[in-house]
Unconditional design. Structure first.
Length: 267
């Protein structure tokens, strides 16, 4: 293979690599812009749901049709009675949807009976329980277990699946690390009295007399960094193009210098 053929082959190979990298980086930037549009639509939809007037809790016949994209964070109002069954505390290092919650503590999850006898799980609010003490949780939830029906206002939420590295629940302390409501219900017999709803409620009101557990309004605090990410990908694509242009220019200089050297050797 002559030097010229080898140079052409090298240029073709580098061109293919550079164009592939640029295409991938540009596609990532475009994808981030699409994600940004989707995020903005999601934020608008959630903001609308959180600001809406409370509606009635979905009827049991409609439960199978509920799904997070269409129903998460809907504001509801209903009447229920907390059951005198074991509660669960869910560990939290803070909250992405509550401005008034900072630092570690636990959420108090309790089963409640609806007027038709079915069960819905209530996240009754935040307990500043930094050591995840069972005694602190018991004292916090005890006033709620009066056996009297209460009008509750809150937000429709859906259970979480534990991640690969999520700690296992501590059954002795009734301490969970994810909002895995079906697992709580199965472990503590919440689903034995009657059918249990496939969702749970983040309580907004009423506030208990002692202020603990602390319910409260939710807010939308989703990260929206997609434009910065898109600019980064587009910038990298531009950098690859500039680097390739300098390399190509250098190859052109080598081609121009080679005949001159050959002429000097002949002379």
């Amino acid at each position: 293979m002559t030097a010229e053929a080898a140079r052409r082959r090298s240029t073709a190979g580098m061109s293919l690599i550079a164009l592939t990298m640029v295409a991938v980086l540009l596609s990532l930037g475009i994808w981030q812009l699409q994600r940004r549009d989707e995020k903005h639509r999601l934020i608008a939809a959630l903001s609308e749901r959180l600001a809406a007037e409370p509606v009635a809790l979905p009827a049991a016949r409609d439960w199978p049709a509920l799904d997070p994209p269409n129903d998460e964070f809907r504001r509801v109002r209903f009447t229920a009675t907390y059951l005198k069954l074991p509660d669960v505390m869910v560990y939290s290092s803070g909250s992405a949807v509550r401005d008034d919650v900072a630092g570690p503590g636990t959420w108090a999850f309790l089963p409640a009976r609806l007027a038709d006898g079915r069960i819905v799980v209530i996240n009754a609010g935040f307990v500043p329980n930094t050591m995840q003490e069972r005694g602190a949780e018991d004292r916090a939830v005890q006033p709620l277990l009066s056996g009297e029906a209460a009008t509750l206002t809150g937000y429709l939420r859906f259970p979480e699946q534990p991640g690969l590295f999520a700690p296992a629940p501590n059954l002795d302390k009734r301490l969970w690390f994810t909002r895995d409501v079906p697992a709580m219900a199965a472990a503590l017999g919440w689903d034995k009295p009657a059918e249990i709803a496939p969702f749970y409620i983040d309580l907004e009101a009423p506030m208990p007399a002692g202020g603990v557990p602390k319910p409260g309004p939710l807010g939308v605090h989703l990260r929206d960094n997609h434009l910065q990410y898109a600019i980064t990908w587009f910038g990298l694509a531009a950098a690859v193009l500039v680097a390739f242009a300098f390399w190509l220019r250098g190859q052109g200089r080598q081609v121009a210098v080679a005949p001159a050297k050959a002429s000097r050797r002949v002379a």
